[in-house]
Write a protein of this length. Structure first.
Lengths: 137, 143
């Protein structure tokens, strides 16, 4: 190996090593009893049949976060669990048996991951869901 | 000496890098749910006993950005085509339990180089879900 290129390989190797410990985050609602649709199709069956009528209850903006930092300041944030995310969502749905009439229609799931280096290192992975909470009429 | 100074500058001043994208499925031909639940044509939830998992939906991609993440090169990631293809192959009716995972990749962590505005940042995107088929008698009853 050329001695002049050695630092480059060392730095690249360090970068690869950092990557093995990268933070990740997952957006999902595994415990939600109501559907959370990313598609425009909102029911199983003949795709030619008309969509069911729904009434909009409100907008949904929720955020899931996974972050870590070795910098000793306020940037260390708490990881959001799928259970917490679902609990946040359930507060916006009809209660009791009517929860099955509720559904969420997402326009998109925004995923973002970043890392930074200052005096220490930090990484952050976030996900946002944007959509509307609706109820089947 | 000069190399050491560059490395020191990189360690002290390098900032944020990464990437982001909006995952969408506007032209999926079947319902795609991030929860376990999905409706039938009557608006009732299809119970777990009335369906079977026939496969796993899987989609992986890497999205890139420049200028310390300010310029995303993949503003939108459309998974509709992959959903239609994989659900069609498995003879499924819907995708449930969709999970979308984002993770920073190591490309932007190469110290020193990541000071350059044109040095790319990236993010791995993994999408997984259950491809389900509703039992035929249940579908007939819902019509």
């Amino acid at each position: 190996m050329n001695t002049q290129s050695t630092p480059v390989f060392l730095l690249a190797g360090l970068g690869a090593l950092c990557a093995t410990g990268c933070r990740s985050t997952t957006v999902s609602y595994p415990f939600c009893p109501a559907p959370v649709y990313l598609s425009k199709v909102d029911h199983v069956g003949d795709p030619g049949s008309p969509s069911r009528e729904t009434e909009r209850l409100g907008a949904l903006e929720s955020r899931i976060l996974s972050s870590t930092s070795t910098v000793d300041d306020d940037t260390v944030e708490v990881e959001t669990t799928p259970g917490e995310l679902t609990a946040d969502l359930l507060r916006r749905l009809p209660v009791g048996d009517d929860v099955h009439r509720g559904e969420l229609k997402l326009q998109s799931v925004h995923m973002s991951a970043s890392a930074w280096l200052h005096v220490g290192t930090g990484q952050r992975a976030t996900g946002w869901t944007h959509g509307t909470v609706e109820v089947v009429k | 000496m000069r190399g050491g100074l560059i490395l020191l500058c990189g360690l002290v001043t390098s900032g944020c890098y990464g990437a982001s994208t909006d995952v969408v499925a506007p032209t999926a031909k079947v319902p795609v749910s991030l929860s376990r639940a999905v409706h039938d044509a009557n608006g009732s939830i299809v119970e777990l006993g009335e369906r079977e998992v026939v496969g796993t939906f899987s989609y992986d991609t890497t999205v890139w950005s420049l200028a310390y993440g300010a310029a995303d090169l993949h503003g939108t990631t459309d998974i509709s085509e992959a959903i239609n293809a994989q659900v069609g192959e498995q003879g499924g009716d819907a995708v449930t339990n969709l999970e979308i995972t984002g993770k920073a990749c190591g490309w932007g962590m190469v110290l020193g180089f990541n000071l350059l505005p044109l040095w790319p940042g990236c993010e791995y995107i993994e999408v997984r879900g259950d491809i389900i088929r509703v039992r035929r008698d249940r579908r007939e009853a819902a019509r």
